[in-house]
Write a protein that binds this ligand. Structure first.
Ligand code: GTP
Ligand code: MG
Length: 581
C-alpha cells in the first residue's frame, strides 16, 4: 500500500510546488492533491512502511472500476483501454521506465453497473450497492498488499470524487484526471511539462469543493476526512449560513489558480516563440528553390504506432512504447521522398476518446501545429477491435482544433500493425462481473432479443436504447425491424430512424418506461479500405506511403500555384480577353 506513495508524490509534486512557490500557501490548502490524500491516509501505516517500501520508486497501483457496456465486445475494449491507461501512469527514471510494459500484471479491476443507464447519483456517481461492492473489493485488495488509488473509467464531478474518496478511504481518479496525470508523468520537454501542468491546474480548478472538517467548520482541507457539501455553500443553493465566508475563500483559491495560469501561459508563450524560430530556420534550411520544407503531421489514436512509423520512415530513433501517451512532445524528423523532395515529418501527441478539454486547451499551441501542417497522415491500429470508434475520436479532435475540411479530405489514412491479427492486442481475457444488490432487475442498453423473421424477411424484436444524456432517468425499449438478409451482421449498431410516439408504457418510477416502435437499419460494416496498409515493425507498406505523400504534396503544390496565379493575374473578360475593372 505504501510503496507507490513516492511515485504518486512525484506525479503530483508539480501542483504542490507551484502553489507553495507562488502563493506562499501549502498546496493542501489550495488544491487537495492525490498525494496529500494518500500521504494523510498512510501516515498511520508507518508500521507497515518497511513491508511496502521495498520499491519506493515503483509506479502507483490502481484499482480499475469499469462501468458496464453492452454488448460485451464493447465492454471488453473499454476495459482493455482502462487497464492500459492504469498501467501507463509511470514516470521515467534516468530515461527509462522501471518496468517493461509487457511484463506488467493487469491491475485489479471490477466491472460494475453503468450509472449512465440508470440514475447517476449526484453525490456518489454509483448507487449505494455498487459503492459498497467496490469497498469490499478494496478491502480484499488491502489484505493482499493494497492499492494506492481507484481509477473510475468515467467522468466524476468534484463532489462525487470527494465522497467516493471518503467512503473508500482511497484517492480516486476519474478518466480525465488519469489522462492528465499520464501526460504530466510522460512529458519530457519544458514545453510539454508546462502544458501538462496547465491542464492539471484547469482540471483542479473544477474540483474545488468545500468540505466540512471534523470540527464542523468549512474548509478546503484534506479530502476523505470531511463531509462534502457543495462548492457554493450548504446544500446546492449557494445561500448557506456561512456562504459569504466560503465564497471569499473559494474566490481566493480561484484567483490564485488564475494567477498561476497566466504565469504558465506566458512561460509557454516564451518557450514556443523560441521553438517557432528554430522550426522556421529548419524549414528554410532544408527547403529548395527558396521554398520552405513542407510539414507532414502524423496523427492518430494513442498507441496506433505513430512514433514507430516516423522512426521507420526517417531511419532515426523515436521513443515508442505500449504505454498510452508514450509521446507527449512533438518531434520532427527529415525525410527524403522518392521524388527527392525533402519534408518534415512531425510525430505528435496521440488522441483518445473523451480527450479532456483541459488538455486540448493547454496543448493548443502544439495541436495548432498539426492543424497548420501541409498534409496530415492518420495512423490507425488496424488490429484494434474498435478501430472505427478510434477513427471517429481522432476526427472529432482534429475538427475541434480547427483542421479545415479540405485538409481532412486530403488526409492519408494508414492502417498500421497489419502484421497483427485483428483484436490480438486485447488484454482482458475475462470480464469479472460484480453482483450489485439490484442489478438483476435492470435492463441495459444493448439488452434485447432480435430474431430473423422469414415472413417479413427482416429482423424483428426489441432492444434497449442508449439513454438520452439529458434525461438520464428515462430509458427506452425499441421494437426493431432490420432490413437485412444477413443473419451474421452485428445488429448492435442499428440506428433508430423513425421513432413514433411511445405506444405502451411499462414499469414505473425509475424503471425503464417508454416503449417505442421504430424501424432500424443496420449501419453498413466497415468495408472501406485505407489509402495504405503498413507494418512499421516489419517495414511493409512504407515505400507505398512515401509515394503517396509525394503525390499528395505535388497536387498541393499545383493547387497552390494555381491559387497564386489566379491571385495575381489581372481580372479579364473571358470571351474578349479584355482586362476589366
Ligand atoms: N506488431 C506491431 N507493433 C507495432 C507496430 N507499430 C507500432 N507497434 C508497437 O505499438 C506500440 C505503440 O507504438 P508507438 O509508436 O509508441 O505508438 P504511438 O502511436 O506513437 O503512441 P503514443 O505516442 O502513445 O500516442 C509499441 O509497442 C510498438 O512497438 C506494427 O506495425 N506492428
Ligand atoms: Mg508516440
Amino acid at each position: 500500500m505504501f510503496r507507490a506513495v513516492y511515485q504518486i508524490r512525484a506525479s503530483f509534486r508539480f501542483v504542490a510546488q507551484t502553489f507553495t512557490r507562488k502563493t506562499n500557501l501549502s498546496s493542501t490548502s489550495v488544491i487537495p492533491s492525490l498525494f496529500t490524500n494518500l500521504h494523510a491516509r498512510h501516515k498511520h501505516d508507518e508500521a507497515d512502511a518497511n513491508e511496502f517500501n521495498k520499491d519506493p520508486g515503483g509506479p502507483p497501483r490502481l484499482f480499475v472500476v469499469q462501468p458496464r457496456f453492452r454488448p460485451d465486445a464493447i465492454l471488453k475494449t473499454k476495459l482493455d483501454e482502462a487497464l492500459n491507461l492504469a498501467n501507463s501512469l509511470e514516470e521515467q527514471r534516468d530515461g527509462y521506465y522501471s518496468t517493461d510494459f509487457a511484463e506488467k500484471e493487469l491491475p485489479p479491476h471490477l466491472v460494475v453497473q453503468n450509472p449512465a443507464y440508470r440514475i447517476t447519483r449526484a453525490d456518489t456517481f454509483f448507487g449505494p450497492g455498487t459503492v459498497d461492492n467496490i469497498k469490499c473489493h478494496l478491502n480484499a485488495e488491502d489484505s493482499k498488499g493494497g492499492v494506492d488509488a481507484v481509477f473510475v473509467n468515467g467522468i466524476l464531478t468534484g463532489i462525487q470524487q470527494r465522497n467516493l474518496e471518503r467512503t473508500w478511504g482511497k484517492a480516486v481518479l476519474d478518466r480525465v484526471g488519469l489522462i492528465i496525470e499520464i501526460f504530466h508523468a510522460h512529458a519530457q520537454t519544458k514545453e510539454a511539462k508546462l502544458q501538462a501542468e496547465l491542464a492539471a491546474l484547469m482540471y483542479k480548478r473544477t474540483r474545488l469543493v468545500r468540505v466540512r472538517g471534523s470540527d464542523g467548520r468549512f474548509t478546503f482541507g484534506a479530502p476523505g476526512e470531511a463531509e462534502v457539501v457543495s462548492a457554493r455553500g450548504r446544500g446546492s443553493g449557494g445561500r448557506g449560513f456561512i456562504s459569504g465566508a466560503g465564497e471569499t475563500e473559494l474566490q481566493l483559491q480561484r484567483r490564485r489558480i488564475i494567477e498561476r495560469r497566466n504565469h504558465l501561459l506566458s512561460e509557454i508563450k516564451e518557450v514556443r516563440r523560441t521553438r517557432a524560430l528554430q522550426r522556421a530556420s529548419r524549414k528554410r534550411r532544408g527547403g529548395s528553390h527558396g521554398q520552405d520544407m513542407p510539414t507532414v503531421a502524423i496523427v492518430g489514436y494513442t498507441n496506433a504506432g505513430k512514433s514507430t512509423l516516423v522512426s521507420a520512415l526517417s531511419d532515426t530513433y523515436l521513443f515508442s512504447d505500449n504505454r498510452m501517451f508514450a509521446t507527449v512532445d512533438t518531434k520532427v524528423r527529415n525525410v527524403i521522398l522518392p521524388s527527392g523532395k525533402k519534408v518534415l515529418l512531425s510525430d505528435t501527441v496521440g488522441f483518445i476518446s473523451d480527450l479532456p478539454v483541459q488538455l486540448v486547451e493547454a496543448f493548443h499551441a502544439t495541436l495548432e501545429e498539426v492543424a497548420e501542417a501541409d498534409l496530415l497522415v492518420h495512423v490507425l491500429d488496424s488490429s484494434a477491435p474498435n478501430r472505427d470508434e478510434q477513427k471517429e475520436s481522432v476526427l472529432q479532435v482534429l475538427q475541434q482544433i480547427g483542421v479545415s475540411n479540405e485538409k481532412l479530405q486530403n488526409m492519408i489514412e494508414v492502417w498500421n500493425k497489419i502484421d497483427l491479427k485483428h483484436d490480438e492486442t486485447s488484454v482482458s481475457e475475462q470480464i469479472e462481473e460484480d453482483v450489485d444488490d439490484d442489478s438483476d432487475d435492470w435492463l441495459s442498453p444493448g439488452d434485447g432479443e432480435v430474431k430473423w423473421d422469414d415472413a417479413t424477411a427482416s429482423f424483428v424484436g426489441w432492444k434497449m436504447s442508449e439513454p438520452d444524456q439529458t434525461k438520464p432517468n428515462e430509458l427506452s425499449i425499441s421494437h426493431v425491424e432490420v432490413e437485412s438478409r444477413d443473419h451474421q451482421k452485428d445488429i448492435s449498431n442499428w440506428e433508430q430512424t423513425k421513432p413514433n410516439e411511445p405506444s405502451i408504457l411499462v414499469g414505473s418510477g425509475d424503471q425503464p418506461k417508454d416503449v417505442w416502435n421504430c424501424r432500424g437499419v443496420i449501419k453498413s460494416d466497415s468495408t472501406y479500405e485505407p489509402d495504405v496498409k503498413t507494418s512499421a515493425i516489419t517495414r511493409v507498406g512504407l515505400q507505398e506511403l512515401l509515394d503517396l505523400i509525394d503525390d499528395k504534396l505535388k497536387t498541393e503544390e499545383v493547387a497552390e500555384r494555381n491559387v497564386f496565379e489566379r491571385k495575381w493575374r489581372p481580372p479579364r473578360d473571358h470571351d474578349t480577353g479584355v482586362v476589366v475593372g
